[in-house]
Design a protein around this ligand. Structure first.
Ligand SMILES: [Zn+2]
Ligand SMILES: [Zn+2]
Length: 267
């Protein structure tokens, strides 16, 4: 029986158009017991999405329809599958107030949510770190080297973990090593644990969960989980619950990477 708590929907403008019912039918066929739909939450109004198509997240005017659709599905399928209404919320440095007020407004309607870092501030501009290898290469130049990108990523993650975003702050940290999405093209010398282990201590202190994300196994320049097994084990040792996330953007993407994870570590 599978529990998958990181799934996107057709509300995501960079995902597939698969209807929600198709995800549910696929989940049932795969023997899912529980699923959280965690669409990319609308970005703050005054934040300019740095991606070319500005398609990183759903728009604010779709929120009520998103919540209504999921509410209907949750009830309809309740005897077969536990469906959680959720969001993947971006932590964007400099937009903490906007994010907190969004969570104050919509948090009461959510069963589950994830806090993720996709956008990094270079000092001059924001970049969507996982958008493409070309963007990542540009970031290495703009930030002044690969190590600087890693430092910026992990320092932003740290802020996401310690910043007070109100009582509806998500309780799970998304794909904590997403900076490694293109690691086979841009290998990093320094041991990842130097960055991540202090963060795990803070996550354990705060009582947060970790998204144990299988999507990286499908990315040819990554071929690993977020986080890799050695770090998942460190999280496990610290009693941080590891929660599987397929990060599917289509019904077919459900369960991606699951077989390659250290499944004994799952919560
Ligand atoms: Zn996405
Ligand atoms: Zn994400």
């Amino acid at each position: 029986m599978i529990i998958d708590k990181h799934v996107h929907t057709h509300y995501c403008p960079h995902g597939s158009t698969d209807p929600l019912e198709r995800y549910i039918e696929q989940a049932l066929a795969l023997n899912y017991r529980e699923i959280s739909f965690t669409e990319h939450a609308p970005l703050p109004k005054n934040f300019i999405d740095p991606t070319p198509e500005k398609d990183s997240a759903m728009s604010l005017d779709q929120m009520s329809s998103y919540l209504e659709d999921l509410c209907r599905l949750k009830t309809y399928y309740s005897s077969a599958l536990k469906v959680n209404i959720g969001l993947e919320v971006d932590f964007i440095e400099g937009y903490e107030k906007e994010t907190a007020s969004f969570l104050d407004e919509y948090g009461p309607f959510l069963d589950d949510s994830i806090l993720s870092v996709h956008f990094l501030w270079s000092g001059k501009a924001y970049y969507c770190m996982d958008y493409s290898e070309e963007t990542f290469e540009e970031m290495i130049q703009m930030f002044g080297g690969l190590s600087k990108v890693y430092e910026a990523y992990f320092s932003t993650l740290k802020k996401s973990i310690v910043t007070d975003l109100g009582k509806y702050k998500p309780g799970r940290i998304g794909h904590i090593t997403l900076v490694e999405k293109f690691k086979r093209k841009f290998p990093h010398e320094q041991d990842l644990s130097d960055y991540v282990l202090p963060l795990l201590d803070t996550i354990a202190d705060k009582g947060y969960e970790l998204d144990y994300n299988g999507a990286g196994f499908t990315k040819s320049l990554c071929l690993d989980s977020y986080p890799p097994a050695s770090i998942a084990l460190e999280a496990y040792k610290r009693k941080i619950p590891l929660v599987y996330g397929s990060d599917a953007h289509s019904a077919k993407g459900l369960m991606q990477g699951y077989q390659q994870l250290e499944r004994t570590l799952l919560d």
